[in-house]
Design a binder for this molecule. Structure first.
Ligand SMILES: NC(=O)c1ccc[n+]([C@@H]2O[C@H](COP(=O)([O-])OP(=O)(O)OC[C@H]3O[C@@H](n4cnc5c(N)ncnc54)[C@H](OP(=O)(O)O)[C@@H]3O)[C@@H](O)[C@H]2O)c1
Length: 267
């Protein structure tokens, strides 16, 4: 894992102050990885950094950044460059959604979600990958969703951003085959984090359904790391989520659209 000089690898993880991102960072810390963690709330990042040091991370750098504003991802890379930090791994985890009809959502909120979920991961990878390829080692872990496999009326932009991440990840993985750098798309299903409250989807049928097998963020992160180790292109944590994706692939599109629209409506 360490380089020729014995230095542990450095991983940049976005959205690592809470939820799935924090659980991923905790597991990387336990492996002795150096970390740069980023999100908007600096106080929560500092708190997370303390916990990650306790878990064994030899170095944790905190960079507060808003990836939903124009130029946010470029600013983050430039901060790393000024500090002489060149990551060997990139975890594109920060993401957000908004529930409700597309035309009811504030335009600026939609723009910020597209920047955060699509533009920022793409920019970060484009700027950080050349150094990883030159060193012939590294990884990109893009946190997509099971939403990537289907259109999502009632949360249309969010689902579409995750479909972008999945498509782009698979294509990039193929382009980078043989370079020593891997690309993995993590596709969790509903997971207990702050995401649902922030997206305003707590009262939807999907979230209230008793049939829904919601996972904790820890097992999702375990599945992600196992997938990274095996150089998997796509990781879907949990058997219920894998079954759901299979069903979505087999179901007629019209039926699927109606079903998802119903699930994304309030009870
Ligand atoms: N939870 C689920 O059910 C679920 C399912 C499938 C996929 N996912 C995906 O998993 C990823 C992590 O989500 P989560 O469930 O862990 O959500 P979460 O608990 O809401 O955490 C989101 C993280 O992203 C950061 N973030 C949010 N907006 C940001 C911005 N504009 N700029 C920079 N950082 C920002 C947050 O910190 P600040 O607010 O301080 O910036 C936080 O660290 C997302 O990509 C999400 O789409 C979640």
């Amino acid at each position: 894992m360490n380089d020729d000089a014995g230095t542990p690898p450095l991983v940049l993880a976005t959205g690592a102050s809470t939820g799935i991102g924090l659980e991923l960072a905790r597991r990387l810390a336990g492996r002795g990885v150096r970390l740069v963690i980023s999100a908007r709330n600096a106080a929560r990042l500092e708190e997370a950094a303390g916990a990650l040091r306790d878990l064994g991370a030899p170095e944790v750098t905190v960079v507060a950044a808003d990836l939903g504003v124009p130029g946010g991802a470029h600013d983050l890379v430039e901060t790393l460059e000024r500090r002489g930090l060149s990551p060997d791994g990139l975890v594109n985890n920060a993401g957000a959604g908004i529930a409700g009809p597309f035309v009811a959502a504030p335009p600026e909120r939609i723009e910020a979600i597209v920047r955060l979920n699509v533009e920022a991961p793409t920019t970060l990878a484009r700027r950080l990958l050349p150094a990883m390829i030159a060193r012939r080692r590294g990884f990109v872990l893009n946190v997509a969703s099971t939403a990537a496999f289907l259109p999502g009326p009632g949360m249309a932009v969010y689902y579409a951003t995750k479909a972008f991440l999945l498509s782009w990840s698979e294509a990039l993985a193929e382009e980078l085959r043989g370079t020593g750098v891997t690309v993995t798309a993590l596709c969790p299903g509903p997971t207990r984090t702050e995401f649902q409250r922030r997206a305003g989807m707590e009262s939807t049928r999907l979230m209230r359904s008793r049939m829904m097998a919601t996972m904790d963020a820890g097992p999702v992160a375990d599945a992600a790391l196992a997938g990274l180790d095996r150089r998997r292109r796509v990781v879907i944590p949990g058997p219920a989520n894998r079954l759901g994706v299979l069903a979505a692939r087999l179901m007629p599109r019209t039926l699927l659209l109606r079903m998802v629209a119903r699930l994304n409506r309030d009870t």
